[in-house]
Design a protein around this ligand. Structure first.
Ligand SMILES: Nc1ncnc2c1ncn2[C@@H]1O[C@H](COP(=O)(O)OP(=O)(O)O)[C@@H](O)[C@H]1O
Ligand SMILES: [Mg+2]
Length: 228
């Protein structure tokens, strides 16, 4: 995009881990810019560094070098308070496992992050109802996670990720635990929501059919982000 603010801008990001005394360089001078409304597939073999890239982009893991900007705000230009605020309001996460709170209903799982962000209960509940309808589960509001199928659990997890209206959605193999048919159905919901909301999304996936439905695909090549 020209003249606008990127939803995500990674500049010369490097990240290594030290494991059993050995340094593993995972990201080496990685650059990635995602515009609002763009859905980008992050593909590549296991161990390529997809999860590391998502953690760095989500301000969960500090890069050794380089800059991470979310919505034009530098994630490391401030302290932990700034990063907490960005993670809470600007970024939504979906993982392979749903991580829903088992003792709460589907609706409550979408209300809670909004309450944490300071919204009053009625407003949070109204938004949670909109979101649960958006993922096609209006008739499952009072179900607990254990009373939902795997695909339904992931759809609730998607709705929860959107609870505080983030500008960036990061999804790490969000359909990786599902059978192929269910995975397609969940991905279709995710694709539609990204299109409808103008959200930016970065989705790690092994599924090349899903990648082909996104706006573009990138992969990691020796620690750098390259177009596929
Ligand atoms: N916390 C960590 N400590 C040490 N090594 C790690 C850590 N996280 C990831 N790695 C290593 O970094 C590499 C990339 O891992 P990861 O980002 O999980 O790849 P992917 O998600 O593409 O499978 C792997 O070699 C992995 O073992
Ligand atoms: Mg991974």
């Amino acid at each position: 995009m020209i003249g606008g603010t990127a939803a995500l801008n990674l500049t010369d990001v490097s990240k290594s881990y030290v494991d059993a005394g050995r340094r593993i360089e995972v990201l080496i001078g990685a650059n990635l810019k995602i515009s609002p409304g763009e859905m980008v597939a992050l593909v590549g073999p296991s161990g390529a560094g997809k999860s590391t890239l998502l953690h760095v982009a989500g301000l969960l893991d500090k890069p050794d070098q380089g800059a991470v900007e979310v919505g034009g705000v530098s994630g490391y230009g401030g302290g932990e308070k700034l990063r907490t605020r960005l993670r809470r309001h600007a970024i939504g996460f979906v993982y392979q496992f749903h991580y829903l709170l088992p003792e709460f209903t589907a609706l409550e799982n979408i209300i809670i992050p909004q309450r944490v962000a300071g919204l009053d209960y009625a407003t949070a509940q109204e938004r949670a109802r909109e979101l649960i309808a958006m993922v096609g589960l209006a008739d499952r509001e009072t179900h607990r996670p254990a009373q939902l199928s795997g695909g339904e659990q992931q759809r609730v997890a998607i709705a929860r990720a959107l609870a505080n209206a983030p500008l960036l959605l990061l999804a790490d193999e969000p359909t990786g635990n599902l059978d192929p048919g269910t995975a397609d159905a969940v991905f279709t919901v995710l694709r539609r929501i990204v299109s409808e909301t103008g959200l930016a999304a970065l989705v790690a996936t092994h599924n090349l059919d899903m990648a082909s439905v996104m706006d573009r695909s990138v992969t990691l090549d020796n620690g750098a982000v390259v177009a596929v």
